[in-house]
Design a protein around this ligand. Structure first.
Ligand code: F3S
Length: 430
């Protein structure tokens, strides 16, 4: 790999062993990817805190959070002092909501260790956003900006909606990027790789959040890791908002590995169909209409069996303030059924806005809980006794049954709130 003088100096140890280890890791990673060089980044989204039992054990043995960071982020069994981060770094979701220890059945020592780890990485410069949707909290990179983000649903939003550039990084590469301000230049950093490959002609216009989730799931299954272009022959009547694009991308990156898409007339690198393909010829043209929509809905609901639901989970990806307000409004005058639990997940900062606006109280008065920092799939926690769950997220419906051995129903937010209040799934495709 070609290195600048500055990068060579970092690799040679000028800035200390932490930076040197991080550069060494990026070099190994870049070689494996055939990257010719590194690129500067000042926008990293990563998971750097330690909360797993094996990390706790390691910390107990070594008595050093730097040793934990060296081992689990920098791939170095030699403990080195970790320097302050060079790049602006946002922390993504956690494996727990430390404010909900009892509900999530978290041992006290797990919370105490997490808090130690949070103090360590925030001391290094991490912004504790604790969400899979950093773009909701002001981390909005501009078009063309090089980033190093983890979390598939955030990556696809960053590339497609914001026009910034990132691959789906891991804990190690994004941690090394935080320390060095560098990441290998490959994949979606390179303009040619961002061009469309598959054309999707939309016969039916997606309207609701549910619709956009279904469409994303359909597309991800077909294109896997390539770049779909969505085109409506008559033009979209209504531009999808943040929540719709969030659900669309999350679904496409779950059923496939979509990291970038274009919607003609909506996303920034697709003002026209020609621009979206950038001279490529579509390898396939696929139609999406009522039949495809129904078949996708049925596939996602394939595990749904028992109509009684014990758990309703909303907020995957983490809910926007508007979605919280919508859920709170739907709960007005109603009560969560005694045999059902309603958990809604959002970033910590948005929860505090919802607290101030009164939405949290409305949800709590109805018997629901607004939680933050994590979700059921990542924390691997569902309320005790859950057999059947209702979800308004295709992504969560894709992962939760496999991870937690539950059956899942997928539908609209309204249908999910109704299930929470009746303890029964009555949803159907609308
Ligand atoms: Fe976020 Fe959990 Fe979904 S981390 S994208 S809410 S699986």
């Amino acid at each position: 790999m070609r290195l600048t003088d500055e990068e060579k100096a970092m690799l040679d140890g000028r800035d200390g062993p932490g930076v040197q280890k991080a550069m060494d890791l990026l070099m190994r990673y870049g070689h494996a990817l055939d990257a010719e060089r590194l690129v500067e980044t000042n926008n990293v989204c990563s998971i750097l805190t330690a909360s797993m039992p094996f990390q706790r054990k390691y910390a107990l043995r070594t008595q050093s959070m730097d040793a934990v960071f060296s081992e689990f982020t920098l791939d170095s069994s030699e403990a080195v002092p970790i320097p302050k981060f060079k790049a602006f770094t946002s922390h993504l979701q956690l494996g727990m909501d430390p404010a909900q220890g009892e509900r999530m059945a978290l041992p006290e020592e797990a919370i105490a260790f997490y808090r130690r780890s949070e103090a360590h990485v925030s001391g290094l410069g991490a912004q504790m956003m604790n969400t899979c949707t950093p773009y909701q909290l002001g981390n909005v990179p501009t078009r063309g900006e090089h980033c190093a983000w983890m979390e598939s649903s955030a990556v696809v939003y960053c590339n497609s909606v914001l026009g910034a550039r990132t691959n789906t990084e891991g804990r190690e590469s994004s941690g090394a990027a935080a320390i060095t301000g560098r990441i290998p230049y490959w994949g979606f950093h390179i303009p040619e790789n961002r061009r469309g490959t598959h054309l999707f002609e939309l016969d039916a216009e997606p309207e609701s959040v549910e619709d956009w989730g279904l469409l994303g799931y359909f597309i991800g299954e077909l294109v896997q890791e390539r770049v779909p272009v969505l085109h409506s022959p008559r033009g979209l009547r209504r531009s999808p908002n943040l929540a719709r694009l969030k659900h669309f991308g999350a679904a496409a990156s779950s059923s496939g590995g979509v990291e970038m898409y274009h919607i003609v007339g909506v996303t920034p690198e697709a003002t026209t169909l020609e621009e979206a393909f950038g001279g490529n010829r579509p390898v396939e043209v696929i139609r999406y209409g009522a039949a495809e929509r129904r078949a996708t809905y049925e596939r996602i609901n394939a595990t749904g069996e028992e109509r009684q639901v014990q758990y309703v989970m909303l907020g995957c990806p983490h809910y926007t303030l508007e979605q919280i307000w919508e859920a709170a409004s739907l709960l007005e005058g109603r009560r969560v059924h005694d045999d059902c639990t309603l958990w809604i997940f959002t970033p910590r900062a948005i929860k505090s806005l919802a607290d101030q606006s009164g939405a949290t109280k409305k949800i709590e008065d109805a018997g629901g809980v607004l939680m933050s920092d994590t979700c059921s799939a990542v924390a691997k926690v569902v309320p005790k006794g859950t057999r059947s769950v209702a979800l308004d997220s295709v992504k969560q419906a894709h992962y939760l049954p496999a991870q937690m051995g539950v059956k899942a129903w997928f539908g609209s937010t309204e249908q999910c709130i109704d299930a929470a209040c009746t303890g029964r799934w009555n949803g159907s495709l609308q």
